[in-house]
Design a protein around this ligand. Structure first.
Ligand code: UGA
Length: 460
């Protein structure tokens, strides 16, 4: 099928590439012509594992093209996907200005029977509004507007597209449902993926409610982690025990410095704002949003209190909102670094991929090329992003370079026993207060809440 993609950002680029891999002929356009030129020259503007190579392959196969002209991109397309930005409005709801202008841009070029598919994450009711916007100029045209939300995680977007848990098709008429089913038919055949066929309003709500629910799981486990610290329990074992219940599941139960990125913070705010507008408030989500903001501030305070004197040097490892991405949008690491700098501390920071983006936001931090350089002469080290590089740190080397001993592991990537063996004063999230002292008192039993001389923890 000939598919047009409007928007060559994260979702547009990944989706275009994967659709081309499925055998469709995809034409991709972006109003940022410089971006199109960069991509055409092989300079991919985002870091996503496997994406650059896949773009090269599908361009060579003739299935993926980029165009500076919206008219030629859309002209012969059966399906036109809109994957443009949907920033937050001051009231928290989604600003759909870009979706509306993309719709107006393509409207004059739509052929009869065209299906406009909204990929951008939008609030419930947007498909209907876009249908009205296009009808203003093409009232007599036979066209449809459908919703087909994406469930791609940054860092594993290609795999998420090709092996999804489900595909949600929001269509209010038979023709658009058939076109979307045809688009995904190769995927369904290859990987036996379930398709949920529903209306546009349901599809729009599914996306927001799914992200809100996942964010709730994270907020919940973070609060349980706080309790574990106070009660002398270990969150990793508690989370494992909870997650083994199939009704709960083990995913999204990793405690950390709060959720970040371009989706969860924005989508939870939008979900809550839409619900208020529809007079069906979501108090759980409202509380979650406040708790997540508090969490970042609370962890920053913890570091500031321990660092003690103003102008102490603190090392922050990680700036991206999670591993395998260079995205620092609403990253807890960025908030924490900013708070430390405000408190007058010196911050030396490192991130294997996000340095360029982070440095632009926080030029006052000293950005190092490797974690050891960042740790040199630091009073304490904070692990803020769960990069594999940090899991594999040479801990004795790290300890020998630091001026202090304290390590705050906000992602629980290090083995507490190995950190302590290297002479570090280790503190992980949800793993009991002052573990070094307690561990000595419990004579090497590992977890303070578990007597390892009786049995090893975990499933037997
Ligand atoms: C999220 C969803 O997972 C995707 O399904 C969705 O398509 C996407 O948003 C979107 O709306 O476009 P993403 O933002 O890339 O994807 O990242 P996640 O892997 O979901 O992580 C979000 C945040 O939650 C990160 O800050 C991460 O560190 C945090 N997190 C995640 C935890 O703190 N604990 C966990 O157990 C999992």
């Amino acid at each position: 099928m000939h598919i047009a993609m409007i928007g060559a950002g994260y979702v547009g680029l990944t989706t275009s590439t994967c659709l081309a891999k499925l055998g469709h002929v995809v034409w991709c356009h972006d109003i940022d012509l410089e971006r199109i030129e960069r991509i055409e020259a092989g300079d991919i503007p985002i870091f996503e594992p496997g994406l650059a190579e896949a773009i090269m392959d599908v361009r060579e196969s003739g299935n993926l093209h980029f165009s500076a002209s919206a008219a030629s991109t859309v002209a012969d397309a059966t399906a036109i996907m809109l994957a443009v930005g949907t920033p937050s409005r001051p009231d928290g709801d989604i600003d759909i200005t870009q979706v509306e202008s993309a719709a107006r841009l393509i409207a004059p070029h739509l052929a009869s029977g065209a299906v406009v598919i909204i990929k951008s994450t939008v609030s419930v009711g947007t498909s209907r509004r876009i249908r009205e916007a296009i009808a203003e100029t093409r009232g007599s045209l036979d066209f449809s507007v459908a919703s087909n939300p994406e469930f791609l995680r940054e860092g594993s977007a290609m795999a998420d597209f090709l092996y999804p848990d489900r595909i949600v098709i929001g269509a209010d008429d038979r023709h658009s449902a058939q076109v979307l089913q045809a688009i995904y038919a190769p995927l369904v055949k290859q990987n036996d993926v379930p398709i949920l066929l529903t209306g546009t309003a349901n599809a729009e709500l599914i996306k927001h409610a799914a992200n809100a629910f996942l964010a709730l799981k994270i907020g919940f486990i973070n609060d349980v982690a706080n309790l574990c610290e106070e009660a002398g329990a270990d969150i990793l074992e508690v989370a494992q025990g909870i997650g083994l219940d199939h009704r709960i599941g083990s995913n999204f139960l990793m405690p950390g410095p709060g959720y970040g990125g371009s989706c969860f913070p924005k989508d939870t705010r939008a979900f809550a704002a839409t619900a208020r507008r529809h007079n069906a408030p979501q108090p759980l989500i409202e509380a979650l949003i406040a708790r997540n903001d508090e969490r970042k501030a609370q962890l920053a305070r913890r570091v500031i209190n321990v660092a003690g004197k103003r102008s102490a040097r603190v090392c922050i490892l990680g700036a991206a909102f999670k591993k395998n991405t260079d995205d620092v949008r609403e990253s807890p690491a960025i908030t924490i670094i900013a708070e430390l700098l405000n408190a007058g501390l010196k911050v030396a920071a490192h991130d294997p991929q996000a340095r360029r983006n982070a440095e632009r936001l926080l030029p006052a931090a000293c950005w190092a090329d490797c974690p050891y350089e960042a740790a040199r002469e630091s009073e304490l080290v904070v692990i803020a992003t769960e990069w594999d590089d940090y899991r594999e740190l040479d801990l004795p080397r790290l300890a020998s370079l630091m001026s202090g001993r304290r390590v705050f592991d906000f992602r629980n990537v290090l083995d507490p026993a190995a950190a302590q063996a290297a002479g570090l004063d280790y503190w992980g999230i949800g793993r009991a207060k002052a573990p070094a002292r307690r561990l000595r008192a419990s004579a090497g039993t590992g977890s303070p809440a578990f007597d390892r001389s009786v049995a090893a923890p975990g499933l037997l």
